[in-house]
Design a binder for this molecule. Sequence first.
Ligand SMILES: NC(=O)c1ccc[n+]([C@@H]2O[C@H](COP(=O)([O-])OP(=O)(O)OC[C@H]3O[C@@H](n4cnc5c(N)ncnc54)[C@H](OP(=O)(O)O)[C@@H]3O)[C@@H](O)[C@H]2O)c1
Length: 283
Amino acid sequence: MYDEYIIGLPMVLFPVVRGMYKLRSNLGGIDVKYAVVTGTSRGLGRSIAMFFLEAGIHVIGISRNQSKYLTKIAGDYNVSYQDYLCDLSDINQMDKLFEQISKKIYEQEPEAVYLVNNAAMLEPIGQASIQTSTQVSRHIHVNTIAPMVLTNLFLKKGSETDIPLVGLIITSGAAERPIYGWSAYCSSKASMNMYVKTVALEQNHLQTKHKIIAFSPGVMDTNMQEKIRGTSQDMFKDVETFRGYKANNQLSNTDIVGSVIVDIMSDEGTIENGKIYDISDYI
Ligand SMILES: NC(=O)c1ccc[n+]([C@@H]2O[C@H](COP(=O)([O-])OP(=O)(O)OC[C@H]3O[C@@H](n4cnc5c(N)ncnc54)[C@H](OP(=O)(O)O)[C@@H]3O)[C@@H](O)[C@H]2O)c1
């Protein structure tokens, strides 16, 4: 299914695809590299994981549901894919799992480690005064606490072992502008942008090899967009605009976006620490 998308790409996307092939050839050889990606059961996370696997990089995925598709891709490319099932809103589950995963990876002394914090939720949707503390707490755990805790831990392990980390957090245009009904989402994504800038500043100051960036993927055709289109106008004033994106074919394919992300991350030498990358600069 995914190869069909690539073969059928319009010419304007050729530089992106060429980048993918450059990445694959750069990564030849026997060096072991690991990528940890959250939210691999569907959407953008699944596409990102797929391109890491195709580049010969072992992948660990974290979601509440498995991805049989990625296990199959890993087999085709002779690398490993492992699903770790976890609800990222549950801090106890999360802490134990992150320790377990980081131990497994760093024990093997890989040449490099890539970390993509992609899993996120949009809910609660609706103006701020109707949101419950449970909804807000769950949202902040998944969108803010999990990416910070995971990145902090991998920075620690990377510094102890001197293994370079390239960490990326998926952000959103909603981090930059207020949207009626999305107070939690706009806030959590904005906080991730500032986290990335602050941690990058620290790592530059400490003169480590670690790179931490954010990436804004634009609107993509995923479950999250389906949920947005299903919201009532009372709760979300811009719902018609988002219905229009689907009707007018303006939602990107996650494979195109995923290939750009893996390409940026694999070219460590050119990464600008702390930068908020944006898909509009690539396609
Ligand atoms: N789609 C867009 O237009 C758009 C635009 C801008 C930014 N983004 C950002 O892009 C990223 C990917 O979005 P998407 O559209 O691919 O979303 P999606 O289709 O809703 O997929 C979300 C992924 O996150 C995982 N996830 C959600 N809640 C989780 C939890 N509590 N614990 C563990 N995993 C959880 C889901 O897995 P399980 O359900 O199996 O747990 C799923 O794999 C997100 O950071 C999103 O904010 C999306």
